[in-house]
Design a protein around this ligand. Sequence first.
Ligand code: ADP
Ligand code: MG
Length: 323
Amino acid sequence: SEVLLEELDHVGPATAQKLKDAGFTTVEAIAVSSPAELATAAEIGESTAAKIILAARQSADIGGFETGDVVMERRKLVGKLSTGCTEFDEMMGGGIDTQAITELYGEFGSGKTQVAHQLAVNVQLPKEQGGLSGSVIIIDTENTFRPERIKQMVEGLSERYGQEYDPEEFLKHIHVARAYNSNHQILLVDSAMELANELKDSDMPVRLFIVDSLTAHFRAEYIGRGTLADRQQKLNKHLHGLQKCGDLYNASVVVTNQVMSKPDAFFGDPTKPIGGHIVGHTATFRLYLRKSKGDKRIVKLVDSPNLPDGEAIISVTTPGLRD
Ligand code: ADP
Ligand code: MG
């Protein structure tokens, strides 16, 4: 039942090609874009762009305004992805929400990548076991994705639930792409959306998007005051692209972010996550991770639209995250 770009009103073959080249490969991507964005991408006027967006919205069934009861219906679909840790889940009101961005920030070694790996495993479990029966897309910017670690965590599941789980099966539902720089990272969100669209009606639709790390490339590439605004603008656009992924596919979006362990003249406060207010305003849930004794980590919920702030203690162990 997939609608092709060419089938939309006001989209001829040439425009369709230009849109695809610019990364607008699906009707959904067009439906949630802005006229200015689309006009630039396809070299068309803004009024034509607006008509195309309207056609895409009608076709993709994505409206502009919605009434509260419709929003309520969609909110009812919000899924909860279990972290595998009781306190952590409780602090999050049952788990990591779908249709939202959850930011994990903390120093190097605080466990951000470990949490990301565990969620990539857990998302594949059925609802009864805290999963979303779905697959995961990981944008790996620091080359820290380790299939061996996934294998250990799947073995940890077998231990936990007393039944056999096949690590190979889990690895097959983890789609990983390395991002080589910030522009590449942004483009990968479009590819992620395409893949999610392909898997939409499969038995393992994409229910989790991970970007680990969201900010590392941006931090490395944009140095100096003059480029700060540019960096923030790109980061902002990137985050909105990710939010779209979460909304369109009723998926959780989890991003990691560093804090500086040493004060840095330009990036300022050592305990503040980088990306500043842009990430802060776009992420729905912000979680601050810090090391404690041994394998213990403290996870602090610092910002949430509907939950009280709180703290949870987790353990990062070889078979995975534990209480
Ligand atoms: P971050 O992404 O925040 O920089 P990580 O998530 O990579 O940090 O955390 C690394 C830490 O996770 C290690 O220092 C170690 O404590 C723990 N860890 C990593 N792999 C394992 C494992 N196989 N078994 C137990 N603990 C592990
Ligand atoms: Mg990491």
